[in-house]
Design a protein around this ligand. Structure first.
Ligand code: PGA
Length: 248
């Protein structure tokens, strides 16, 4: 059985003072959650978030990680630095990074390998653009992203990975994929993993949906057999909204 996992992606939002307030409000609201609860926060908020969530059922993640151990990589943050301050998860290959910061399947792969090597749990994002969906390329696109992003990663390591299917056209647009569209593509993604790793490994892999998931649509999405969780942007910035998604 795959344990559902709902993760917030705060993106570039929240100062430390705001983070402390939000987590303080969130903790009691999600204390009895049945799913795994994660908040992925800006680097500057991680230490605050780890302290504020101590002893609770909320795990803390980063939003990216460097592919190298250390050295001349101005502006990057290493896996060791993240581990040292209590980071458990890390988002890799979010479409905003792919679109605005030159992230490719190759760099996604390098970052994922590095995260796993250092005991961080990657949440690896894949998803097609609107143009790709409309020209019937969704499956080709996600298959290429999975093959490239997971090149050389072992079945044993895959146990510590979460995949997030985020159609780019649904992110921050208020346009959610229908639960049928999300299920169809996530089921396809699982079949790609089954081809690469075998069915039993693919059956254990948790695959989230992301893209305008909110308190209104969460339960319908989560009712789909292949959808194991959500990666939540906008709706993770308010404690009540995020808690409602967590308790879909
Ligand atoms: P959204 O973002 O929920 O605001 O659409 C999801 C994401 O980008 O992870």
């Amino acid at each position: 059985m795959r344990k559902p996992i709902i993760a917030g992606n705060w993106k570039m939002n929240k100062t430390n003072a705001e983070a402390e307030k939000l987590i303080g409000e969130l903790k009691p609201l999600v204390a009895d959650a049945k799913c795994e609860v994660v908040i992925c926060v800006p680097y500057t908020c991680i230490a605050t978030a780890v302290k504020a969530t101590a002893g609770s059922n909320i795990a803390v993640g980063a939003e990216n990680v460097a592919w190298a151990d250390a050295g001349a990589f101005t502006g990057e943050i290493s896996a060791e630095m993240l581990k040292e301050i209590g980071t458990e998860y890390v988002i890799i290959g979010h479409s905003e990074r792919r679109q605005m910061f030159g992230e490719t399947d190759e760099t996604v792969n390098k970052r994922t390998v590095q995260a796993l090597k250092n005991g961080l749990k990657p949440i690896v994002c894949v998803g097609e653009t609107l143009a790709e969906r409309e020209s019937g390329k969704t499956e080709t696109v996600v298959k290429t992203q999975v093959k490239g992003g997971f090149d050389g990663i072992s079945a044993a390591d895959l146990k510590n990975v979460v995949v997030a299917y985020e159609p780019v056209w649904a992110i921050g647009t208020g346009k959610t994929a229908t639960s049928e569209q999300a299920e169809e593509t996530i089921k396809y993604i699982r079949s790609v993993f089954a081809d690469l790793y075998g069915k039993s490994v693919a059956d254990e892999l948790r695959i989230q949906y992301g893209g305008s998931m909110n308190p209104k649509n969460a339960s319908e999405l989560m009712a789909q057999p292949d959808i194991d969780g959500g990666l939540i942007g906008g709706a993770s910035l308010k404690a009540e909204d995020f808690a409602k998604v967590v308790k879909y």
